[in-house]
Design a protein around this ligand. Sequence first.
Ligand SMILES: Cc1cc2nc3c(=O)[nH]c(=O)nc-3n(C[C@H](O)[C@H](O)[C@H](O)COP(=O)(O)OP(=O)(O)OC[C@H]3O[C@@H](n4cnc5c(N)ncnc54)[C@H](O)[C@@H]3O)c2cc1C
Length: 468
Amino acid sequence: MTEFLDEARAILGEAHVLTTDLAAYVTDWRGKFTGQPLAVLRPADTAQVAATVRLCAAHGVPIVPQGGNTGMCGGATPDGSGAQVVLSLSRLNRVRSIDPLNNTLTVEAGCVLQAIQALAAEHDRLFPLSLGAEGSCQIGGNIATNAGGVQVLRYGNTRDLVLGLEVVLADGQVLNLLRALRKDNTGYDLKHLFIGSEGTLGIITAAVLKLFPAPHAQAVAFAAFKTPQQALQLLGLMRGQLGDRFTAFELMSQASVAMVRRYFPATPALFGTPHAWHVLMQASDASGQQALDAAFQAALEVALEQGIIDDVVVATSEAQAHELWAVRENISEAQQHDGSNIKHDIAVPVSGVPAFIDEVLPLLQAAYEGVRPIVYGHLGDGNLHFNVSRPAGWTTPGWQLETDRVNAIVLDVVARYQGSFSAEHGLGQLKNHEMLLYKAPLEVDVMRRVKQALDPQGLINPRKLLPD
Ligand SMILES: Cc1cc2nc3c(=O)[nH]c(=O)nc-3n(C[C@H](O)[C@H](O)[C@H](O)COP(=O)(O)OP(=O)(O)OC[C@H]3O[C@@H](n4cnc5c(N)ncnc54)[C@H](O)[C@@H]3O)c2cc1C
């Protein structure tokens, strides 16, 4: 490998072939996986990525692409063999162009999501992808995982926000699909193969992103209910009244909100008495605040009159809107502090969410008395983070040993609802084996054929997404 590392240094420069102080690159965000790479390689541009991939192909060295390393499934973490390299895209962080009239932005893969949002705002535009990790995740990672976030209800997943891509293929050739077109029926739309492929089919080096009019008016409220069925009724009502102006609808169980208050003591108590379920909702509009506030208030009044909502707090300032959003955004971190839980990131048809919850909760309670399900997420998309925290008296290692049994309880019900066992976070090395349990064999076989066609040596993020 000395020869390989010397050639890598010739391509990237001594300073960008790291073999020591690798801690920031070798463990995933949740701390579930730690690997041991041969080196971390930090190319500066597409040409260097292509030369590095060609070098790896020549030496048979497997590559693990890495963006902001905020993924939830260990997709960007190398294995422990010492034979893989981590290819960090962080230095590809240039903005190539912005075209406000075409409503597009062309950026390199290592641009941090928050910087892209800020650049769009400078041009009075919106890049709507928004998620808790936006200060450190990179657009290449967002595209590779087809990230969702809190505005999918109105703007769709990352897949819906990408018009073009530049990808370095497994043999080091650069596939230029960087078109800024909204219509283009000229054969297979290849970019969609790479979106959501978790770095297993090629290295994304740049993208053309869709921009939208900047929302100048926003209305935010936090509502409380007895049942998820009421929340679903409210979703229908708000969408009916506000149409496309309705942009976010996030469900949180009482246990989720209580956990945030425990670990973030500055979180305000929003209601005098606890409620079983809550929703954080947002409407936004490119035109006036007054008109939006009036429509938002009117819709909430209908909901109160019809008894759909039990209680509601409407933000009266931008600061209060941030405070309400913080409750939702701090759940992931609060769970980190709270310790061991078995996570699920599932989707069922939106209309089936209340019945799904009603069916799973008693099954879990019957199997594990005192279990604490932390249920929250994007109800408007039918996507729930359904995390099962250990009952009192269980140790962390003991609870982790129950993973397969807890997964089977939750995911078998998901399957009955024709749902998804991983709606947002992908599979990486954490959930790839579930592919074999919950996908049809033919679907898995077609995926393997695609992988074989694009990466015949099996060197691009091996054993992620697809198990052996
Ligand atoms: C607090 C918190 C909140 C989150 N909220 C959400 C949420 O609401 N919705 C959601 O969908 N996700 C969420 N996530 C998960 C995570 O932020 C997203 O998956 C994000 O898109 C990953 O981006 P990244 O740059 O960190 O990618 P990484 O973690 O570095 O990589 C993720 C995967 O993409 C591959 N990859 C990375 N860059 C490239 C590239 N340039 N080319 C090819 N492959 C590449 C990696 O190999 C890996 O398989 C959250 C994470 C945290 C920590």
